[in-house]
Ligand binder design. Structure first.
Ligand SMILES: Cc1ncc(COP(=O)(O)O)c(C=O)c1O
Length: 370
């Protein structure tokens, strides 16, 4: 058995969770603050707040920038549906941009085609942990007065020109889902360099209350200043992530080593395609491309038979999923690269528990079945 993902959780992490639960202080606690500080230190961002997951974090940011049904939002066609849904729930219209066929990332050329006077926001996704072309995209957004949100669900550890992703627009949102680089089961954080934005997100994630319990002068007394929902992370979940975050540099180093080893070998197999190694990539996963969907699917079956964990990110582009396809009458002709990416790729495991021997086994199965 080779697992697709395996959380890096040790005895100390479990003890921290146990102590938090035993303390009786289960929400709004100091572990969230500690985790936020670790994130600030790692990403060099100015502000951070924990959220119940990345989807709710994106939604809270969309609410905070005032997104509504008068607006349009551009998102990549190749992403998790959460990227689009989190914006669509505000009533805004979603416009899907085709992606680069190798990186899976949104392209400025497509963004330009979709931009109108109603475009309020662009949400980029650093697919698999490979940074989008932030230089060009930031410049375009500034020039056109468009908010830029970074969906960093795959991007913990991803750098673009010496700056951690999540720092290029109004906010970056990370996911702590179990397959992600660090996990709290469900969970996430929002980072930003904008004080106004973080204050708004903190209120939105706490049902619109103006003061959290620890800041109330009189217990039980607070006002409600905004519309909001409950998007908070529990404090025992935050406790689980602290050790993982402290150790994250080691985790990232191992992911990059694994990716480098895979890539050197895959480059020698002429039937396969893969991106060059990039030491700024988080290597959340590693995308390998096959000649056809038929070959790709055959390998997926062989992996299943042999207990090799893998996945597809993402088999169906979001605009071709029934909800959006029907809503906007979309056609696959407009998403050629996204379709190809979803049909021909497999996401291989890169996590720190993957050994060279396992990589060799995975590659042997691939080569035998090409
Ligand atoms: C690109 C992307 N965005 C958003 C999400 C949603 O994250 P969460 O499950 O934390 O809500 C995911 C989840 O895997 C994702 O891959």
């Amino acid at each position: 058995m080779i697992p697709f993902s395996k959380p890096d959780i040790n005895k100390q992490d479990l003890k921290r969770v146990e102590n938090t639960i035993k303390s009786g202080w289960l929400a709004h606690g100091e572990n969230s603050t500690k985790l936020e500080n670790l994130f600030l230190n790692f990403t060099k961002s100015k502000f951070c707040t924990t959220v119940s997951n990345c989807t709710t974090g994106i939604h809270a940011v969309c609410m905070a920038i005032g997104l509504n049904s008068d607006h349009e939002v551009i998102v990549p066609a190749q992403t998790h549906v959460a990227t689009a849904h989190a914006a669509a729930i505000t009533g805004a219209k979603i416009k899907f941009a085709d992606v680069n066929d190798l990186t899976g990332n949104i392209m400025l050329s497509e963004i330009k085609k979709l931009t109108t006077k109603k475009t309020k926001c662009i949400i980029v996704v650093h697919m698999a942990g490979y940074s989008c072309e932030m230089g060009k995209i930031v410049k375009f957004c500034k020039k056109n007065n468009i908010f830029l949100i970074e969906d960093c669900a795959h991007g913990l550890g991803t750098m673009y020109k010496k700056k951690h992703v999540g720092n290029f627009g109004i906010a970056g949102i990370f996911s702590f889902y179990p397959t992600k680089q660090i996990t709290t089961g469900e969970g996430g954080v929002v980072i930003t360099n904008n004080r106004n934005l973080i204050n708004k997100v903190k209120i939105i994630k706490s049902i619109g209350l103006n003061t959290p319990p620890e800041k109330r002068k009189i217990q039980g007394l607070y006002d409600v200043t905004d519309l909001g929902l409950n998007y908070r992370l529990t404090d025992f979940q935050a406790a689980l992530a602290i050790g993982q975050m402290i150790r994250y540099n080691k985790n990232l180093k191992k992911r990059r080593e694994n990716a480098k080893y895979y890539i050197e070998k895959i480059k020698k197999i002429k039937e396969l395609k893969i991106q060059n190694f990039d030491k700024k990539h988080s290597y959340f996963i590693l995308q390998v491309f096959f000649k056809s969907k038929k070959v790709r699917n055959k390998i997926l079956l062989k992996f299943k038979e042999q207990g090799i964990g893998c996945s597809i990110h993402y088999a169906t582009p979001v605009p071709l999923m029934s909800y959006y396809k029907k809503k906007y009458r979309l056609n696959k002709k407009n998403f050629v690269n996204s379709v190809k990416y979803g049909e021909n790729s497999i996401s291989l495991p890169t996590h720190p528990f993957i050994k060279k021997k396992m990589i060799n086994t995975i590659l042997k199965v691939i080569e035998k079945n090409l």
